[in-house]
Design a protein around this ligand. Structure first.
Ligand code: NCW
Length: 486
């Protein structure tokens, strides 16, 4: 594949155009995020059994290089050193996920050794003065539950609530912030319709069912945790995009943008915040039977009030119902996940804008983050009294280790600063963004990409498990220390 010439990350946002330092509000939290299967390793230790990712990674051709999370970053054994490293970076909060298969092997009874790992991790974090931010589901359903239908089976929603309560039994005395799901778009449509993620099904109907049951599991869990302890901060994390028509004067392009916004953003935001699926999305996906899965009371259950909405933002899109005629298209990457992950967006094409690309071939669009935060706040979070956090934002690049062992990664530093600048721009526009988590604390298992893509501010040498703070990590530590962008 021909490599595109990489233009510099040029943005309109103020962080890049002023020499004055811009401060973050005093209560703003700086953190970094990871997920269980991507870092823990110890996949067959202390009673843990297979998740759908263990099984999927054994399917020939599913994961680049047939790599798996058996060892990953060996965080299960190295968590103390990893927490010490977070402390050195000055992180105020750490977002991690618990593994359902570790806590309840095969989805069965609680495994004391499994839950004990998270108890020790939480103690270590608290001892280091780092606020634990717990995500209950970051894509690793026990394989035994997948064999009973997975998220396409309604029963999984109630089982998820029971699992959440088990985790709360053990950690509720020390963890105050609880996120139900990470990026349910990925664990439904990308996984059950696009087939790109575990369990690798390719069924629009299963994707639609999975999305509804994930939302139901979210709602059941919010209610149950709220009953347990009204002081908990409860919420969900969504991956959201800014979908714009390539040509706003063409009806086909405007409709393409509506469909992507509908099946990526509003299909989750509307039921959670408004207690209904958007009419246009219901029509778009009607042939796949979304309404067959909705039972009386489901939408009231799903729209339980939440305290926090986590926004994961990586890039926006320019879309059209015609293929791009952009001169760069001839060279544009073709390996990104296709639109087939959307149940009803056939014939929607991405139009590359000639912006810099990360190693994921995602265009770098920092101002999209400002725009997204303003939009989501106005339309959903502010009216509901829900706080907004950026729970993931980051970039993979092909890092090179210098002769002196350091990792100079100027494009990641530039990415980080540009996006933090966009957060400040949103704050200037009145959005009360309360915190930012860089994805990821360290290089890790990037799902279908195996270990090929490195998102970390800390490099992991997978041969030795040595951690090296990259230059971007040093830059982030400085921003956290100064609580300002300069
Ligand atoms: S792949 C993905 N990511 C990365 C992953 O490491 C992390 O676990 C996720 O929370 C970094 O952040 C998230 N997101 C999948 C986005 C897929 C978008 C595909 C669009 C296709 C049309």
């Amino acid at each position: 594949m021909t490599m595109l010439q990489q233009p510099p990350i040029v943005t309109e946002n103020k962080a890049m155009t002023t020499t004055d330092a811009r401060s973050f509000p005093p209560e703003f939290l700086f953190g970094a995020a990871t997920a269980a299967y991507q870092i823990e390793g110890a996949a067959h230790e202390d009673g843990r059994t297979d998740s759908i990712w263990d099984a999927f990674s054994r399917v020939p051709g599913a994961v680049l290089g047939a790599e798996n999370g058996d060892v990953a970053c060996d965080h299960y054994h190295r968590y103390r050193d990893d927490v010490a490293m977070m402390k050195d970076l000055g992180l105020q909060t750490y977002r991690f996920s618990t593994s359902w298969s570790r806590v309840q092997p095969d989805g069965g009874p609680v495994n004391p050794k499994g839950i004990d790992f998270y108890s020790r991790l939480v103690d270590e974090l608290l001892g280091a003065g780092i606020k634990p931010w717990l995500t209950l589901y970051h894509w690793d359903l026990p394989q035994a539950l997948e064999e009973k239908g997975g998220w396409a089976n309604r029963d999984t929603a109630a089982l998820f609530r029971d699992y959440a309560l088990n985790v709360h039994d053990a950690l509720g005395d020390r963890v105050g912030v609880w996120t139900t799901l990470n990026e349910p778009w990925c664990s439904s449509f990308l996984s059950y319709t696009g087939g790109v993620h575990a369990p690798g099904r390719q069924s629009p109907r299963d994707g639609v069912a999975a999305a509804h049951h994930l939302l139901l599991g979210h709602g059941l869990t919010i209610e149950a945790l709220r009953d347990r302890d009204p002081k908990l901060e409860l919420g969900i994390t969504l991956n959201l995009t800014v979908a714009k028509p390539a040509d706003p004067t063409r009806a086909g392009d405007v409709d393409a943008a509506r469909r992507i916004d509908g099946q990526f953003n509003r299909v989750f935001l509307d039921p959670i915040f408004r207690g209904s699926y958007p009419e246009d999305v219901l029509q778009d996906v009607a042939q796949f039977g979304l309404t067959d899965f909705i039972q009386a009371g489901d939408l009231a259950q799903i729209s339980q009030p939440i305290d926090t909405l986590g926004v994961n933002y990586y890039h926006g899109e320019l879309v059209s119902d015609r293929p791009a005629e952009h001169p760069l298209l001839a060279q544009a990457p073709t390996s990104r996940p296709t639109r087939s992950a959307f149940p009803a967006a056939d014939g929607v094409f991405n139009h590359p804008q000639g912006l810099p690309l990360t190693a994921m071939e995602w265009e770098v669009q920092p101002d999209g983050l400002r725009e997204l935060l303003v939009h989501v706040n106005t339309e959903y979070a502010a009216p509901a009294g829900t706080s907004l956090y950026v729970t993931e934002n980051g970039a993979a690049f092909d890092d090179v280790v210098a002769a002196d062992g350091s990792v100079p990664d100027p494009r990641r530093t530039e990415f980080l600063k540009a996006h933090l600048g966009a957060v400040l721009d949103a704050i200037d526009e009145g959005v009360g963004v309360k915190g930012y988590f860089y994805w990821s604390l360290m290089d890790n298992y990037e799902w279908a990409w195996g270990y090929d893509k490195r998102f970390g501010i800390v490099r992991v040498d997978y041969e030795t498990q040595k951690r090296t703070v990259k230059d971007s990590g040093l830059a982030y530590a400085e921003i956290i220390r100064d609580r300002a962008l300069s």
